[in-house]
Design a protein around this ligand. Structure first.
Ligand SMILES: [Mg+2]
Length: 141
């Protein structure tokens, strides 16, 4: 029997699942569930209100920026070509994701729905024919 080679076929996924990157096999809901379990076990709801989570989100976002400070564009590229540096940055990105997802989980916000809704808005604000190759803000296009 021939195995269907289409990447979305069940046979294909079963055969190559272990080779897929985590991004390809993890849903937003799985991440939110993991975060909820982690925080429930530690009884952290009491500390995780919207203000505290938003504050932590911004602080973690600043940690992504920190190693790039005073570096030229070329130096930043070189910095990220080093696997240890890239791993450090990826951990700060994970911290940002953690707080963003925790905020959406805590306040029952469907972040995927919000993302798609916002992208639809952005597509209208930045139509390809006007925005392609431009870094102008939507109200200046
Ligand atoms: Mg951090």
């Amino acid at each position: 029997m021939a195995v269907c080679k289409h990447p979305s076929s069940k046979e294909y996924l079963n055969k190559y699942f272990h080779l897929m990157r985590m991004d390809d096999k993890t849903s937003i809901q799985q991440l939110k569930d993991k975060i909820k379990k982690y925080c429930d076990e530690r009884d952290w709801d009491q500390f995780h209100n919207a203000k505290e989570l938003s504050t932590a989100l911004i602080l973690e976002a600043a940690e992504i920026l920190e190693p790039f400070r005073f570096k030229s564009e070329k130096e930043v590229e070189e910095f990220l070509n080093n696997s240890r540096n890239k791993e450090e940055v990826s951990e700060e990105m994970a911290d940002v994701l953690y707080f963003l997802l925790r905020l959406s989980q805590r306040y029952d916000i469907d972040i995927s729905e919000a993302f798609h809704r916002k992208m639809k808005k952005n597509e209208k604000r930045y139509p390809v024919e006007k925005a392609k190759g431009s870094n102008k803000k939507y109200n200046e296009l």
